[in-house]
Design a protein around this ligand. Structure first.
Ligand SMILES: [Zn+2]
Length: 241
């Protein structure tokens, strides 16, 4: 019988560095990350820190580029870090269940962050979106003159608060953040959030759309969690050939 666990756990920090470099490549392959955006993992050796690439385009990230970063945003080496590392830090601080986070500027998600139409799960592959994907409005924190980037701990805390106990939070005029219990789960959630946004927008061009009910979303997400390894293995093979 197949395990319900979403994905195999990495056994060591070194293995997790390799897995994180792979997650970067997979998300670039799917157009979720390009020159910008990032993906991180909680450090199994010190859960009050996390692993994130140094400031580098995601398509270039290798295991050697991974930094350890504390929740206050301090990197444990001298290489430059991503400006928006506070987004990861404050979500890990707030959500003990979260072990991986991705942040993307996906153009298919942005319309739902700036319009009155909420992003909804319209496809069983995105049941984890639930019935109400929250939107983080940075103007509520810093007014109307910011660059929209989550560049300090205060903004990270406000974003984490907007995420609440959900899997995804949209960031108005910016992109989205997605969380998971593992890198395979967060990569799959990032990919299917993007595809669900495209499917919902396409359905709206045709007329109305029928979102999943709350129960359908929960059931679909649970089923898919048991199958994540299938997606991870094929994406891994494609990204390394
Ligand atoms: Zn960003």
């Amino acid at each position: 019988m197949e395990s319900r666990k979403s994905a195999p756990a990495a056994h060591s920090t070194d293995e997790l560095r390799d897995e994180l470099a792979l997650a970067n490549r997979i998300l670039v392959d799917h157009g979720i990350l390009d020159a910008f955006g990032h993906v991180s993992a909680r450090n199994p050796d010190d859960p009050e820190t996390f692993l994130l690439s140094r400031n580098l385009a995601p398509g270039l990230v290798t295991a050697e580029d991974i930094q350890v970063i504390s929740f206050d945003g301090t990197a444990h080496d001298d290489r430059p870090s991503y400006l928006e590392r506070f987004l990861h830090a404050e979500i890990y601080r707030r959500r003990e269940d979260v072990h991986a986070i991705a942040h993307s500027h996906s153009a298919s998600i942005v319309p739902f962050s700036v319009s009155e139409t909420p992003l909804r799960a319209v496809w069983h592959m995105a049941g984890f979106l639930g019935t109400a994907v929250p939107v983080f409005e940075i103007r509520d924190s810093v007014g109307s003159g910011s660059d929209l980037l989550v560049r300090d701990s205060d903004l990270g805390r406000d974003l984490a608060s907007a995420l609440g106990d959900q899997a995804v939070v949209l960031m108005r005029g910016h992109g989205f953040a997605v969380v998971g219990d593992s890198l395979p789960q967060v990569v799959a959630r990032a990919v299917y959030s993007d595809l669900n946004a495209r499917a919902q927008a396409a359905a709206m061009q045709l007329g109305g759309f029928t979102p999943l009910t709350e129960k359908e979303g929960i059931a679909a997400a649970e089923s898919n969690n048991g199958q994540l390894r299938r997606a991870w293995e094929v994406w891994k093979q494609r990204s390394t050939t």
